[in-house]
Ligand binder design. Structure first.
Ligand SMILES: Cc1cc2nc3c(=O)[nH]c(=O)nc-3n(C[C@H](O)[C@H](O)[C@H](O)COP(=O)(O)OP(=O)(O)OC[C@H]3O[C@@H](n4cnc5c(N)ncnc54)[C@H](O)[C@@H]3O)c2cc1C
Length: 462
């Protein structure tokens, strides 16, 4: 029973804030990154430490409340929140500790990747995360994590050494290769299904100055560029992280005015070896394709590259996501992409293909829950707009685009690029051979599916 006494007791046991619907801060506190999602939780517990998280899990479970776990709040379908339930909000837990001797980094669950980049860069180090610095480390990591360093150092989960977890029964464990290895296996790709992670330990790598930035071509050259990129990537050194995208030239400075609002093809890269080598490498690609509209690659600190897109994507835009894993990119698929991308309903809407080859392939398929190690790219089609009136158009475009290219792709998709309106069986297809094992780990650690606001893996005892 949720009455004043129960609530008062809960509040008194928290070091962090408890925000209710009647509170002034409620409207701001419930907002998610994706403005398309409008969830109204009953309570938001802003935890500041592990004890708060244990208190919140026990409270939510004992009162039979729906529980959502919120890290960075970036998730497409808004799985960091819920209607009429309890949000365990970790955004106040933001400490990062770098050990330069071991190159290990201890990260709190409320950190964004920018928080970690900031801390590690001071030591000339980086952990592989995604390409927008405001994204939460927690959700990104638990789903897998792809970015510029993936080809060289693997997925984010391939660099996870240990995680502290508050379980559904309120218990606390550390999961690693030697401690609760079944849980550690499931956490690496299985999302927020298994408990609340209160601390991550990552292996960082020496990455400091990179040769990086975007190159844009007119859409009329997209076929040549996509084919050349596809072939070039096969032999490109793993120091190069480079994704290809179908986008629009933003209608703002410093983009060349003549091209504002025109559809384009882009290759966006970061080379983490010596700058001169990166220049030489990219010159090879550039030689094989028509001249770009602009080439803004140059030497920069890695965190600057990680934050390059942040200004285009402030909190509150409308986002509709569709994804697929992609094994190969035949010419016919490229043609279909170009035709569909040309129908984008807004300037920000895009399609990206992120490479997941290189080091990702050196980890066996059953070594972590992440099952798509034979894929070559993770594709994302994202309808984005600042105008809520465009929500339906973004969805229609995304679904139509996805339908027309899906037959070229693998069955599953990156869980962090899915909405929650996917066809039944899509999560299972994503985890493939690992699904059964995930369901049995879920049955061991969360038999009553307390943590179900996620791309859910229902518990099934094996
Ligand atoms: C602009 C943008 C760019 C992106 N770029 C990339 C990219 O380059 N690479 C990439 O891999 N992904 C990328 N993503 C996708 C991103 O990985 C997901 O949106 C991810 O869910 C974000 O994590 P979060 O902590 O911010 O999310 P939240 O919304 O807070 O949570 C997402 C999910 O994770 C669970 N969760 C969160 N914290 C915890 C925790 N501590 N313990 C247990 N479960 C938890 C939640 O229950 C929820 O199911 C991008 C997203 C956006 C919006």
């Amino acid at each position: 029973m949720l009455n004043e006494t129960t609530l008062g007791k809960f509040k008194a046991n928290l070091r962090g804030e408890l925000i209710q619907r009647s509170d002034e801060r409620y409207e701001e506190a419930r907002k998610l990154y994706n403005g398309m999602i409008d969830k109204r939780p009953l309570l938001i517990a802003r935890c500041v430490d592990v004890a708060d998280v244990i208190t919140a899990v026990n409270f939510g479970r004992d009162l039979d409340l729906l529980i959502a776990i919120r890290g960075g709040g970036h998730n497409g379908p808004g799985l960091g929140s819920c209607d009429d339930g309890l949000v365990i909000d970790l955004s106040m837990m933001k400490s990062v500790r770098v050990d330069p001797a071991t190159r290990r980094v201890r990260v709190d669950p409320g950190c964004t990747s920018g928080d970690v980049d900031h801390a590690t860069h001071a030591f000339g180090l980086a952990v592989p995360f995604g390409i927008v610095s405001t994204t939460g480390v927690a959700g990104l990591t638990l789903g897998g994590g792809t970015g510029y360093l993936t080809r060289k150092y693997g997925l984010t989960i391939d660099n996870l050494l240990e995680a502290d977890v508050v379980l559904a029964d309120g218990g606390f464990v550390t999961a690693s290769q030697s401690l609760h290895p079944d849980l550690f296996w499931a956490l690496r790709g299985g999302g927020g299904n298994f408990g609340v992670v209160t601390s991550f330990l990552f292996q960082a790598h020496p990455v400091s100055t990179v040769y990086a930035g975007p190159i844009f071509w007119e859409a009329t050259h997209a076929k040549d560029v996509m084919r050349a990129y596809r072939d070039f990537l096969q032999t490109a050194p793993e120091d190069l992280g480079a994704f290809v995208g179908l986008k629009t030239v933003p209608s703002m400075d410093p983009f060349p005015k003549d091209y504002w609002g025109r559809r384009a093809c882009a290759v966006i890269s970061s080379y983490s070896g010596p700058v001169e080598e990166g220049e030489k490498l990219m010159a090879g690609l550039l030689k094989s394709v028509p001249a770009p509209i602009f080439n803004w690659m140059g030497a920069m600190p890695f965190p600057a590259m990680q934050a390059l897109f942040d200004p285009f994507f402030p909190k509150g835009l409308q986002w509709y996501w569709k994804g697929d894993f992609v094994k190969s990119l035949p010419d016919e698929a490229i043609d279909t992409h170009i035709a569909q991308a040309a129908k984008a309903p807004s300037e920000l809407s895009l399609m990206h293909l992120y490479p997941i080859d290189g080091a990702v392939r050196r980890v066996p398929k059953d070594a972590t829950a992440w099952n798509a190690r034979e894929a070559t790219w993770s594709m994302v089609i994202t309808g984005i707009s600042s105008d809520p009136k465009q929500a339906d158009a973004l969805k229609t475009w995304g679904r139509e685009y996805w339908k027309s290219v899906h037959s070229f792709n693998l069955e599953g998709a990156y869980v962090n690029f899915m909405m929650d309106d996917e066809a039944e069986g899509r999560v299972q297809a994503t985890y493939g051979d690992n699904f059964k094992r995930l369901a049995s780990v879920k049955a061991k650690y969360d038999p009553r599916n307390l943590f179900r606001v996620n791309q859910n893996i229902p518990p099934t005892a094996s």
